[in-house]
Design a protein around this ligand. Structure first.
Ligand code: BZU
Ligand code: ZN
Length: 260
């Protein structure tokens, strides 16, 4: 397919060549201004039912590290908040910066976090396939969690200890029995707005739910993500996987709502 990346020539500023929707009216990520977000008392809490979730594998897709889930039934869903239906967990992945730099996609009052976790869910009530949901407005709900550096995260080692097995683009290894609920911060207060995928094909299909409280991870844990490479094992250059984030896009009149 169309080659895109995060480099000088194939990065976010060049994506609109092959994906003109990059200049669309509901693109993501955005800079969130908490004081301009509309507090909406009708926005209930986000409810995660991940107790019977089934992770399958962990993979390097040449853009990020992704953990995929079994999504043939409603065993792991997110609901409530701005969502009219339960949305099924499909995968989660991360975006991060270079050493000492910031790498989140959403920013808050212009401030970036070190990294951002995306838990991708799709509306299996309204759509037959994930692909259909991913290319239709509000077919996806992505839960975004900021990562901030500080103390070691007690459970993140389960991911970082597996990263050496997926160093190269195209590598996939078994990754069973991981429940991402262990990654979530204590409070799930959030901002929500209508946006898009933050990578090509940039479909404007996402209901974004960005959690206010970051998860705390150590610099050492974050450094392990930077041992991945964008390139395949057979390629001679080794391009360190880092700075795989899209910068904030124009709000274009959208409203950001805030749970309490
Ligand atoms: C590298 C491609 N990333 C894509 C892959 N998918 C979309 C296309 O799938 C069609 C079958 S996705 O829906 O899993 C998805 S969610 C996000 S993000 N960063 O906005 O949470 C990016 C992507
Ligand atoms: Zn993402």
């Amino acid at each position: 397919g169309n080659q895109w990346g995060y480099g000088k020539d194939d990065g976010p500023s060049a994506w609109n060549k092959n994906y003109p929707i990059a200049d669309g009216d509901r693109q993501s990520p955005i800079d969130i201004l908490p004081h301009q977000a509309r507090h909406d008392p009708n926005l209930g809490p986000i409810v995660l039912n991940y107790d019977r979730c089934t992770s399958i594998n962990i993979a390097n897709n040449g853009h990020s590290v992704v953990v995929e889930f079994e999504d043939s039934d409603d065993r792991s869903v997110i609901q409530g908040g701005p969502l009219d239906n339960p949305y099924r967990l499909k995968q989660f992945h991360f975006h991060w910066g270079g050493k000492g730099c910031h790498g989140s996609e959403h920013t808050v009052e212009g401030n970036s976090y070190a990294s951002e976790l995306h838990l991708v869910h799709w509306n299996a009530v309204k759509f037959k396939t994930f692909g259909d949901a991913a290319s239709t407005p509000d077919g996806l709900a992505v839960l975004g969690i900021f990562l901030e550096t500080g103390d070691e995260h007690r459970w993140l080692h389960m991911i970082t200890d597996a990263l050496y097995t997926v160093k190269f683009k195209g590598s996939v290894t078994d990754f069973k029995g991981f429940n991402p609920k262990c990654l979530l911060p204590s409070s799930l207060h959030y901002w929500t707005y209508l946006g898009s995928l933050t990578t090509p094909p940039l479909h404007e299909s996402v209901i974004w739910i960005v959690v206010k409280e970051p998860m705390i991870v150590s610099e050492k844990q974050l450094g392990k993500f930077r041992t991945l490479v964008f390139t395949g094992e057979e390629e001679d250059e080794r391009t360190r996987m880092e700075n795989n984030f899209r910068p904030p896009q124009l709000l274009k009149g959208r409203t950001v709502r805030s749970s309490n």
